[in-house]
Design a protein around this ligand. Structure first.
Ligand SMILES: [Cu+2]
Length: 302
């Protein structure tokens, strides 16, 4: 029994270390509790987590307290003799009804959060996320009723990519963004989103199953070829939120991070205009060629 509980502690410690690695952007080193995240949903999830945690602690104290009390109070060396009855209807009713009541009390608010999570309507912005082996594609599909026409691929940053190569001789601890170690957690082109805007994400994949996970947003969504999952977020704090693919998707699964950069609305609109201008400039030289071959140029969509 003792060794079993020791190994449980070992597993918990390993999981904590793992979660520290995964959540590198949000929580601080040695932080034990879950991060509160940066969105309404993540705050609700955090509240649910704390409620369940406190309920578990109270139950743990009561059950282990009763066990320890009984073991010392009624021990053999004090002359205790085991009772011979084997059935107590009243006790059985109590220990059946009590957990049911506790479960229902926990399930009701949790269901509310799930319903809220699923409500992706009334989003002025939609971003399509597509998983590929091993990068993400982002399409800005809708912003205030218009299609911004922006899309790009986002993949592991060059320094992490060079460092990860076998025998590169480069130090993973030297891959930093400011003070933060961002080895395998940085991308060449982050997903830029506005703060205080409800954003619908539609998530799919092109080859195998991936999963788009940014812990600070409070949810993760499987990216499955042929299926579109949706979720939403509304980030209030400008900042950089990091995540990773959370579905074992192939040999480079560990090398497809996600970076979401949340900026104030005005800054986002400026960024969007710059992207559109850059796209237009890149498309411009092809126009004469299209005209020369007689292909009607319908100008694309803005
Ligand atoms: Cu993946």
């Amino acid at each position: 029994m003792k060794s079993a509980s020791m190994s449980q502690w070992g597993v918990s410690a390993a999981l904590l270390t793992l979660s520290n690695l995964v959540f590198a952007a949000g929580p601080q080193p040695w932080q034990l509790n879950m991060t509160e995240g940066a969105t309404e949903i993540s705050h609700e999830v955090y509240r649910m987590h704390m409620m369940a945690f406190i309920v578990c602690c109270v139950i743990g104290v009561i059950v282990f307290g009763a066990m320890i009390y009984a073991m010392f109070k009624f021990r053999k060396s004090k002359g205790a003799v085991a009772a011979t009855w084997s059935h107590n209807t009243k006790a059985e009713i109590i220990w059946t009804i009590t957990p049911i009541v506790i479960l229902i009390a926990m399930a009701l608010p949790a269901t509310n959060v799930l319903v809220n999570m699923a409500y992706t309507n009334d989003s002025p912005m939609t971003i399509k996320v597509t998983g590929y082996q091993w990068k993400w594609r982002y399409d800005y599909v809708d912003y205030n009723g218009a299609n911004p026409g922006i899309h790009f691929l986002s993949k592991l940053d060059g320094l992490s990519d060079r460092t990860r190569q076998l025998g590169s001789g480069l130090d993973p601890n030297a891959v930093k963004t400011g003070d933060e170690n961002t080895y395998l957690l940085n991308v060449d082109k982050p997903l830029v989103v506005p703060t205080d805007v409800k954003i619908r994400f539609v998530v799919t994949a092109d080859d195998v199953i991936h999963s788009w996970w940014v812990p600070a947003l409070g949810w993760k969504s499987d990216a499955i070829p042929g299926i579109i999952n949706d979720a939403w977020t509304n980030i209030h704090e400008p900042g950089i939120y990091r995540g990773q693919c959370a579905e074992l998707c192939g040999q480079d699964h560990g090398f497809m991070p996600i970076v979401v950069k949340a900026v104030p609305k005005a800054e986002f609109e400026k960024w969007l205009a710059e992207q559109q201008a850059a796209d237009k400039a890149a498309a411009a030289p092809t126009a004469p060629a299209a005209a020369a071959t007689g292909t009607p140029d319908n100008g694309g969509h803005g």
